[in-house]
Write a protein that binds this ligand. Structure first.
Ligand code: S3P
Length: 442
């Protein structure tokens, strides 16, 4: 059902907020718990549509999964070779992570399976996984454009591969490592820049030997995973909207609790700090395989920067929110080396440039980035009001909702139902912190 956000201008963010569990870690907890030996107890699981699609897929393949109930899930692992053929196709919804990681994991099974997705996912590029998987011996048919639906047939044994990824992608790396669990010999993946390493960390926590040297990560197929409890940290990607909101709204003083601060995910913190944000990390600790901490954020005068290219993979999901910060900064912000943004849930460069200009902020879309002319020096409001399209992209919707903290008139963000894919309860949580937001069913 279509859903729109109506956000009144002004306000500030304050108090303590715990955003839902990390999406990337939640997906992996289900996948690895399902193929482990023993029972995996997950806490902090993200009950969003994306991770629930992964959960439903494993249930459909015969895995007993109890929950989720308040973030608790119990997965009764069936071992590396215990999955069963599902009845019908597995629907991945809007979730690129589910589709790409499962295409690797399911290439090694002895049954055929079809992966489908919604309109957005069916447009997204899948050759980046199907090509290297085919080199391992996987049998996958896709559309002529190399996209979903993906039909995976049982292979006559997978063979390890030594693969240098052309794009920095944790999804590709993880897909190949998961196929590598089923392959003969060693599977190695080299990355052109560091990408999130949750798969490697979780495999290690479940007793699977993963070797990293420099930018190359390797594992040997055919070993066992041993169940262990998994605590999912709060998602830094969901926290990003609040980090930006509290930074741009004068008088804000907000603490985000138990946020996952994996070094491969902290680009948003590094970039905001380089822009002058006031972020203090407190109570840093390790929870399971992942570092977490509280983040205290207060409003600050931001300045535009040239975003260092090495930060791009570390902040890849946070750019829509960062563009709102850039609009509120003094001077220009330039992002390059981020062509990947064009193939996310929407074309995030085009869609953000469109929305920013609707709200009166000058932005030039580049083939691999954007130039944003920040309006920070103009005191008070930065954005005009108006109606902005999210193009069904959850992160676009939440980013433009936060823009209202510095707008002159209400902002209506259209088609926000997909916020539920990564951040169920966003509007309620944001309203509790001080955003004047309401949801309107169309
Ligand atoms: C993810 C990896 C990233 C990210 C996505 C989640 C993951 O995608 O954008 O939201 O969980 O591995 P890419 O690997 O395509 O960059």
């Amino acid at each position: 059902m279509p859903l729109h956000f109506l956000v009144a201008p002004g306000g500030r963010l304050s108090g303590r907020v715990r955003v839902p569990g990390d999406k990337s870690v939640s997906h992996r907890a289900i996948m690895l718990g399902a193929i482990a030996d023993g029972t995996t107890d997950i806490s902090g699981f993200l009950e969003g549509a994306d991770s629930l699609a992964t959960l439903a897929a494993f249930r459909a393949m015969g895995v007993r999964i109890d929950g989720p109930e308040q973030g608790r899930v119990r997965v009764s692992g069936v071992g590396l070779h215990g999955l069963r053929a599902p009845v019908g196709a597995l629907d991945m919804g809007n979730s690129g992570t589910s589709m790409r990681l499962l295409s690797g994991l399911l290439s090694g099974q002895s049954f055929a399976v079809t992966l489908t997705g919604d309109a957005s996912l069916s447009r997204r590029p899948m050759r980046r996984v199907t090509e290297p998987l085919a080199r391992m011996g996987a049998l996958i048919d896709s559309s002529e454009q190399g996209s979903a639906p993906l039909h995976i047939r049982p292979a006559d044994g997978l063979l390890g591969i030594d693969y240098a990824m052309p794009v920095a992608s944790a999804q590709v790396k993880s897909s190949l490592l998961l196929a590598g669990l089923y392959a003969r010999g060693e599977t190695c993946v080299s990355e052109p820049a560091p990408t999130r390493d949750h798969t490697e960390r979780m495999l290690t926590a479940l007793g699977y030997v993963v070797r990293r040297s420099g930018n190359r990560v390797c594992l040997t197929g055919g070993r066992r995973l041993t169940a262990a409890p998994i605590a999912v940290p709060a998602d830094i990607s969901s926290s990003a909207f609040f980090l930006v909101g509290a930074s741009i709204a004068p008088g804000s003083d907000l603490t985000l609790e138990q946020v996952g601060l994996n070094p491969t995910r902290v680009g948003v913190i590094n970039i905001l700090r380089a822009m002058g944000a006031n972020l203090v990390i407190r109570n840093a600790r390790e929870v399971g395989a992942e570092p977490v901490a509280d983040i205290h954020v207060r409003a600050a005068a931001l300045r535009g920067i040239e975003i260092p290219v090495d930060q791009v993979p570390l902040a890849i999901d946070e750019f829509p929110a960062l563009f709102i910060a850039a609009a509120c900064a003094e001077g220009e912000t330039l992002l390059t080396g981020a062509a990947e943004l064009r193939v996310k849930e929407s074309d995030r460069i085009a869609v953000m440039a469109e929305g920013l200009s609707t709200l009166g902020v000058r932005a030039e879309a580049l083939s691999d980035g954007i130039r944003i002319y920040g309006r920070g020096r103009e005191a008070g409001t930065v954005f005009g009001g108006g109606q902005v399209q999210s193009y069904d992209d959850h992160r676009i919707a939440m980013s433009f909702a936060m823009a209202a903290l510095r707008s002159a008139a209400p902002i209506e963000v259209r088609d926000c139902a997909n916020v539920n894919t990564s951040f169920p309860g966003f509007a309620t949580l944001a309203a509790g912190a001080g955003l004047v937001i309401s949801e309107q069913a169309a």
